[in-house]
Design a protein around this ligand. Structure first.
Ligand SMILES: [Mn+2]
Length: 317
């Protein structure tokens, strides 16, 4: 399949790289990393990375605008996106050929080539491997972006998706490109005191059900009080890992701009992605997301996950 991918890349002069809506560091990092490494190997091709993102991730690099690209006879490479409805592009039918590279559980086949590997920590890890297998050249700038994506999706090599392959990939590029991790971590993790106080608010106000489901509902008003937005509120979910009293933990964050409530789910017990799918969400087995139109369904979701945890706890006995 790797060879096939190279053949297709060689064939097309216009290559557009896309990813899921609400791009995170793995999604945007793999996009821009792949763009830069393809530019390095095929300098005469027109290569674009498209989609919108929050100013928070500007440090990864800038993105191109799909409407400014001539899409005649173009190749689309979709990264980090398991289904069409999550894709941050206008119209899939404008592209002549499509390749998907993703580490989410397979949900939907919508590309001509589908390179899907659930065992990989991140899409960035898959790009490093692809580059390696195809003997493509990389450069320092691309390597840094791919490194950040891996660090982000593994939560600094903390999550169980981290494998020996992940560490080998990271070790290889660190060696070859002399990556300065301190400067990257500063970009990724530097925060202000307000954020810390917001975290304290979450720790103080989180509730836990009988069967160890922790949850917090954060309204727009509270976010404003601490100078936060819905996306950064959702990211707080990773601060709640490794608490003995939680098996599943959830943040509900009101997003006034989009008129939705973002739900971020994490688990260290039962798989939660199929539960999320019932509400039109999805993701990984232990890390998923849902978008609701209001807080109305939040209690139903908490109850449903409490049942899931109850079964899980009974199975453990
Ligand atoms: Mn990812």
């Amino acid at each position: 399949m790797f060879k096939e991918i190279l053949k297709v890349i060689k064939k097309y002069n216009t290559i557009v790289i896309a990813r899921h809506i609400g791009g995170d560091i793995d999604a945007i990092g793999s996009q821009i990393g792949l763009k830069e490494l393809l530019k390095e190997n095929f300098p005469t091709k027109n290569i674009y990375a498209i989609g919108s993102y929050s100013s928070k991730f500007k440090f990864i690099g800038s993105l191109d605008k799909e409407e400014e690209i001539n899409l005649d006879n173009s190749l689309l490479i979709v990264l980090d996106t398991p289904k069409v409805s999550r894709l941050d592009i206008e119209d899939l039918s404008k592209y002549s050929y499509k390749i998907k590279i993703d580490h989410h559980p397979l949900e939907e086949e919508f590309c001509d080539i589908e390179l899907v590997d659930e065992k990989k920590s991140s899409t960035c890890e898959m790009i490093i491997e692809l580059c390696d297998k195809l003997k493509l050249k990389m450069n320092k700038s691309a390597a840094e972006k791919l490194y950040m994506g891996i660090v982000s999706d593994t939560n600094r090599f903390l999550y169980p998706c981290t494998s020996s392959n992940t560490l080998k990939c990271v070790a290889n590029i660190m060696d070859k490109y002399n990556i300065d991790i301190s400067s990257l971590y500063e970009k990724m993790y530097m925060r202000n005191l307000d954020e810390l106080k917001f975290m304290a608010y979450i720790f103080e106000n989180i509730k836990v059900t009988k069967n160890k489901v922790a949850y917090i509902k954060v309204t727009d008003e509270i976010q404003k009080k601490y100078g936060m937005d819905a996306a950064s509120t959702g990211n707080m979910v990773s601060e709640l890992s490794y608490v003995k009293d939680f098996i599943v933990w959830i943040t509900f964050s009101e997003d006034k701009k989009q008129n939705i409530v973002r739900v971020s789910l994490r688990s260290r017990g039962p798989a939660i992605n199929s539960f999320a799918m019932k509400y039109n969400g999805g993701g990984h087995k232990l890390a998923s997301g849902i978008r609701l139109s209001s807080f109305d369904l939040s209690d139903e979701i908490i109850d449903g996950l409490d049942k899931l945890c109850e079964e899980y706890l009974n199975d453990q006995k």
